[in-house]
Write a protein that binds this ligand. Structure first.
Ligand code: MG
Length: 252
């Protein structure tokens, strides 16, 4: 499938889809505290998506049973919300959420601290977020796709962290996952040349230890192989003639 270039009117719809998603993330962030279950956080996110008149795009995606992917500590991505999973002081929790507004998808992930976390956990979250910003320095027309991959991976690895290789970012638009795939580590090739109107979900997943992951028996949850912490940070980004526009950026 070719990489799609969004028209002006499509970009407006993507902007609104992404703006609404950033509000959903904000609402979930406010709820993070010791004692809350991942089920409750999912409810908050799902209710807000519905109240905005949108559809949670993760729900039933290949059978995923919830609206929000909630991954705690050594869980990398695709954690299934549960009434039994109670967040406690010192945990880190990754919320990956997306919605559909008038047929257009948005996708973003944040990792939050639950109360006070260890300096190691705090640093992992900061480096993961910064690796996204290192990557999007190359999210410009004329750069190549894997310039982004290399910048993310090189930055995270310079801290001794493991960059997850089994999962990637992706194009996004009228479907949640479109071409191209966006790895988070250096590639041998250059990749496609970036063009204005491309919308990309760029999402480093960084482990404190090894890059290797396990795929759980529940069919979804991905965890670090060595049990180390993992963080995830993602935004939907628009390629323009100049600086990239981060469509799902935090509003506060
Ligand atoms: Mg994504």
């Amino acid at each position: 499938m070719a990489v799609t270039i969004k028209s002006k009117s499509e970009i407006e719809l993507m902007r609104e889809s992404c703006r609404l998603l950033s509000l959903v993330h904000e609402e979930m962030r406010k709820a993070i505290k010791p004692g809350i279950t991942t089920y409750q956080i999912n409810q908050i996110g799902e209710d807000m998506i519905s109240s905005l008149g949108c559809i949670p795009n993760f729900k039933n995606y290949n059978g995923f049973p919830a609206a929000i992917c909630i991954s705690v500590n050594d869980e990398v991505v695709h954690g299934i919300p549960s009434k039994k999973r109670v967040l406690k002081e010192g945990d880190i929790v990754s919320l990956d959420a997306g919605l559909i507004y008038k047929g257009y998808h948005s996708d973003a992930a944040r990792t939050h601290a639950v109360g006070t976390v260890s300096p190691e956990a705090q640093k992992l979250m900061e480096v993961t977020k910064q690796s996204f910003f290192e990557g999007i320095k190359f999210a410009k027309a004329g750069c190549h796709l894997y310039d982004i991959s290399a910048a993310i991976g090189d930055y995270a690895e310079s801290f001794g962290y493991g960059v997850v290789k089994d999962l990637c970012g992706h194009g996004i638009g009228t479907e949640l996952h479109q071409d191209p795939e966006i790895p988070n580590y250096r590639q041998k090739k250059k990749g496609i040349r970036l063009q204005p109107g491309m919308t990309l979900a760029i999402e480093p997943m960084i482990n404190a230890g090894t890059y290797e992951v396990n795929w759980s028996d529940d069919g979804w949850t991905v965890t670090t192989k060595d049990g180390s912490l993992s963080a995830h940070y993602e935004n939907t980004v628009l390629i323009t003639d100049g600086e990239p526009e981060i469509l799902t950026l935090e509003r506060s």
